[in-house]
Design a protein around this ligand. Structure first.
Ligand code: SF4
Length: 156
């Protein structure tokens, strides 16, 4: 019996493809935005919840750069470059809320692929130049990201 096998694309793989396409599409307009016109959205699962000193601000946390997680390194770098702000989001809905309040020209998001695709689609609707860096370890707590990759995109 002859079997015809088609590659099965998981939703994770599809999300990766979507993210790569959108990252390419918006790379130039992201770079064209000044640092002061850009914001960064990070997921709350990156925080070291046992040591975190972040201030709770309603729909997001403001990192106090205590050094216990990479959100602190990203916040320091953003400050050096002159970014408008870094928000550690409590959930996906905060993207919509903050985007409509702050109206940044460009957004860099860090999240899992699923959240990333949703955030990128929302950014497109709001005409924001978006770039996305996926978590290297996702989950509900103690997630991780490639800091070099984030810094590379931030500096573009
Ligand atoms: S670096 Fe920021 S987000 Fe990370 S644990 Fe410290 S205060 Fe919290």
């Amino acid at each position: 019996m002859k079997l015809c096998i088609f590659p099965v694309k998981t939703s994770e793989n599809l999300n990766k493809i979507i993210v790569e396409k959108k990252n390419k599409k918006y790379a130039k307009s992201f770079s064209a935005a000044g640092f002061s016109e850009r914001v960064i959205f990070l997921p709350h699962c990156m925080r070291n919840i046992e040591k975190c000193k972040a201030k709770e601000m309603g729909s997001y946390y403001l990192c106090m750069k205590c050094g216990a997680c990479k959100a602190g390194d990203i916040s320091k770098k953003a400050e050096e470059l002159g970014y408008k702000a870094v928000y550690i989001l409590k959930g996906g809905k905060a993207v919509e809320k903050l985007s409509s309040e702050i109206k940044p020209r460009a957004v860099l998001g860090v999240a899992c692929f699923f959240e990333g695709v949703q955030g990128m689609e929302l950014s497109e609707k709001r005409k924001m130049a978006v770039q996305f860096v996926p978590l290297t370890k996702d989950g509900c707590v103690a997630t991780d990201v490639d800091l070099e990759e984030v810094f590379k995109v931030m500096s573009k």
